[in-house]
Structure formats: C-alpha cells, structure tokens
Design a protein around this ligand. Structure first.
Ligand SMILES: CC(C)(COP(=O)(O)OP(=O)(O)OC[C@H]1O[C@@H](n2cnc3c(N)ncnc32)[C@H](O)[C@@H]1OP(=O)(O)O)[C@@H](O)C(=O)NCCC(=O)NCCS
Length: 134
C-alpha cells in the first residue's frame, strides 16, 4: 500500500540553470521519503545501499507542490526495497501526475553499522500488507 512520506514545494534555490528542479535535489527528497518509509516499519537505523534506475519523467517547475509516495515492495534479511514516486499537483485540475520514480534499497544496521535482520527490529504496528512481505 503506498503512503505519503513527504510533501513540499519547489523554490528558486532548488532549480537548475534551465529553470526546472535540479535532479540531485529531487533525488535527495526521494531518499529522505524512503528513509521515512523505512523508519515507519523498523526501530533500528538504516542506510541507503542502492538506488535503481531513477526515471525523470517530467520536469518539476518553480512553485510546484509535490508529494512523494512510497511503497515497501520487498523485504530481505537485512534489506528493505521501496518504490518511490514523486507526483506534482496540477493546480488547475487538482490532479496529480508522476514526475520522477525510482527504487531504493535500504539496509537495517546496528550501532556498529553492520546489517541486522529486519525481523528482529520490526515495529509492533506495521501494516498488514508489509507483514505479507516477511
Ligand atoms: C549497506 C551496508 C551496511 C551493507 O553492508 P555489507 O557488509 O555489504 O552487507 P551484506 O553484504 O551482508 O548485505 C546486506 C544486504 O544488502 C544487500 N546489498 C549489499 N550490497 C548491495 C548491492 N550493491 N546491490 C543490491 N543489494 C546489496 C544484500 O543483498 C543484503 O541484503 P539481504 O540481507 O536482504 O539479503 C554497507 O555496504 C554500507 O555501510 N554502505 C554504505 C551506506 C551509506 O553510507 N549509504 C549512504 C548514506 S545513508
């Protein structure tokens, strides 16, 4: 089940010289949204291990309001895979359209930075659809 993990608006400092959102800025927001989705299901820290095939589908413009949706799609031993989708709202029609998507993989770690089994650090109140991935 996808969830809203982050919302925001684009400002002039977020733009590239062409006047649309800088790709690295978008990726940073996506990484933060994915980390929030991970924190929703585990109690331990986690780090990004891979970002796969980031798709910049449509430009994001100055002033655009964006919502970042996340969905946990796989759980390994220590890894959690999250589909991340950035959508922008067309303020005339009130409809959202996808502008960027990617798959992030995080690894749950202990205080020494070593991978830990996700099942040992799960929160008590995780959604049923996430339970089916265990
Ligand atoms: C992530 C990290 C802790 C993994 O440590 P590691 O010793 O390689 O751990 P492992 O080989 O046991 O792999 C752990 C998990 O990551 C996955 N993984 C590791 N490298 C991967 C890669 N290149 N691609 C896909 N999956 C990978 C493994 O498949 C494994 O998943 P599983 O436990 O669900 O089966 C370590 O590589 C690290 O600290 N990287 C830096 C993270 C970082 O700084 N991120 C940016 C800031 S958040």
């Amino acid at each position: 089940m996808r969830k809203v993990s982050l919302k925001g608006r684009t400002y002039p400092t977020d733009l590239n010289p062409g006047g649309t959102a800088f790709g690295g800025w978008v990726m940073s927001k996506m990484d933060k949204a994915a980390s929030i989705a991970v924190d929703d299901i585990i109690k331990s820290p986690a780090v990004t291990v891979t970002v796969s095939r980031i798709n910049f589908l449509k430009p994001i413009h100055n002033g655009d309001i964006f919502t970042i949706y996340t969905e946990i799609t796989a759980i390994g031993n220590s890894s959690i895979t999250i589909y991340v989708s950035v959508e922008v709202k067309n303020l005339d029609t009130n409809e959202e359209y996808e502008v960027t998507s990617s798959e992030f993989k995080f690894v749950a770690i202990n205080t020494e930075g070593k991978p830990v089994n996700v099942r040992n650090v799960l929160r008590d109140d995780i959604d049923d659809d996430v339970k089916t991935l265990l």
